[in-house]
Design a protein around this ligand. Structure first.
Ligand SMILES: [Zn+2]
Length: 384
């Protein structure tokens, strides 16, 4: 994992900084003439911004995590409007919906033709129509990743559409847009961003480039997460978290994730748990299980050093151990009032099904050590 032979793909343009959302009309002027705007449940929130675009727009409301059905509806609305560019203004769900619609407009067909795991796995080989991603939460990093997660209620599963051609053409990251995030959303999205830096750092697919991104992302999370939760108006903390999310997205797109995301993806398919909360509850139990498994194997696995590096970055203590890092994470979960999975209806009897499905998820490929079905069940029981 420390080799010099690696690949790193990034296709989009990244524009970051407070106030830069005002540049959206100029960005769009070069990309298309009729716009499909994807927003959250309250499009009126962005009415002022949309009025400045000066282009005919249709709006797709993404009120919850997107489904296969919503992606189909988005494509139909875009075709009816004659949209040639997609703007997604919102959290990870909204951006994923925008990316899915943009890909389907470029490639034709149905989401199930392309979805991993539950679909036919057809290759995505045509460019998506241009998509401009404008995140209003600091979490998923969807503005720079190559996949979009769709839920299929009929399969009780979430799966990804994935292709380098799905990286948004422009990521317009303005931390001022996250200032109005309520504390529970700041907690959930911020803990997702933190996890998305940690998992690539310990992944067998890590490279010098993803190491740099993930390490800086953890440093930003340490500086900004608790502060942004305590005071949403703290723009420096908001900027740290927006940067953390961006760095995590670039790191995960190139180094994969791990068991936290393998399990969280499955949990999200069977219960209405915010993705970041699922990650947060699983984080410490997964680190514990991974470190235990790594220490039981051949001596000196490089992921052990990486967990210690993460602990140093999170605590700011040059001598911090993995245990100190775990203590910092647990303390943060308490400060941010993160509930356990039981609060969302997950029960011990669900552990078997969740563990079995998680074993085959694509995120598991980035876990530093193979975990058994029994290991995953034990992790889940600790996250309740
Ligand atoms: Zn995530």
């Amino acid at each position: 994992m420390t080799g010099t032979r690696f690949e790193f793909a990034t296709a989009g343009r990244i524009m970051a900084g407070a106030g830069r959302v005002a540049e959206l009309p100029e960005v769009l002027a070069g990309l298309g003439s009729r716009v499909l705007v994807c927003t959250g449940a309250n499009p009126a929130r962005h009415a002022g911004l949309l009025a400045t675009l000066g282009l005919p727009t249709a709006v797709l409301e993404v009120a919850a995590e997107p489904t296969v059905e919503l992606a189909r509806a988005g494509v139909a609305a875009a075709r009816e409007h004659g949209a040639d560019v997609v703007v997604a203004i919102g959290g990870g769900s909204v951006i994923d919906a925008g990316k899915a619609v943009a890909m389907l407009l470029g490639n034709g067909g149905d989401p199930l033709d392309y979805l991993e795991v539950i679909g036919s796995g057809r290759a995505i080989n045509q460019p998506a129509v241009p998509c401009v991603a404008v995140p209003t939460t600091a979490g998923t990093g969807a503005e720079v990743t190559a996949n979009a997660v769709l839920a299929s209620p009929e399969h009780r599963l979430k799966a990804s559409l994935r292709s380098p051609l799905m990286v948004p053409r422009v990521a317009l990251v303005d931390p001022q847009l996250t200032v109005s995030c309520p504390p529970p959303v700041t907690a959930a999205s911020g803990l997702d961003a933190l996890t998305q830096c940690l998992e690539p750092l310990v992944s067998p697919r890590a490279s010098p480039l993803t190491d740099g991104l993930a390490s800086e992302g953890l440093r930003r999370a340490a500086a900004g997460l608790r502060a942004a939760y305590a005071n949403g108006e703290d723009l420096a903390a908001r900027a740290d978290m927006a940067t953390c999310a961006l760095l995590g997205g670039m790191a995960l797109a190139n180094a994969k994730l791990g068991a936290v995301h393998g399990l969280a993806g499955v949990i999200g398919g069977i219960a209405d748990v915010p993705h970041g909360i699922a990650c947060a509850t699983l984080l410490a139990p997964v680190i514990d299980a991974n470190v235990h498994a790594l220490r039981s194997g051949p001596a000196g696995h490089p992921a052990l050093d990486r967990y210690a590096r993460a602990a140093r970055l999170l605590t700011g203590e040059p001598a911090a151990s993995v245990q100190d890092g775990l203590a910092w994470i647990r303390q943060t979960l308490t400060l941010l009032a993160v509930p356990g999975l039981a609060a969302f209806g997950i029960r011990p009897q669900h552990a078997d099904e969740i563990a079995a499905k998680a074993l085959t998820s694509s995120s598991m490929q980035g876990n530093p050590v193979a975990l058994s079905h029994g290991d995953l069940k034990a992790i889940l029981e600790r996250a309740l």
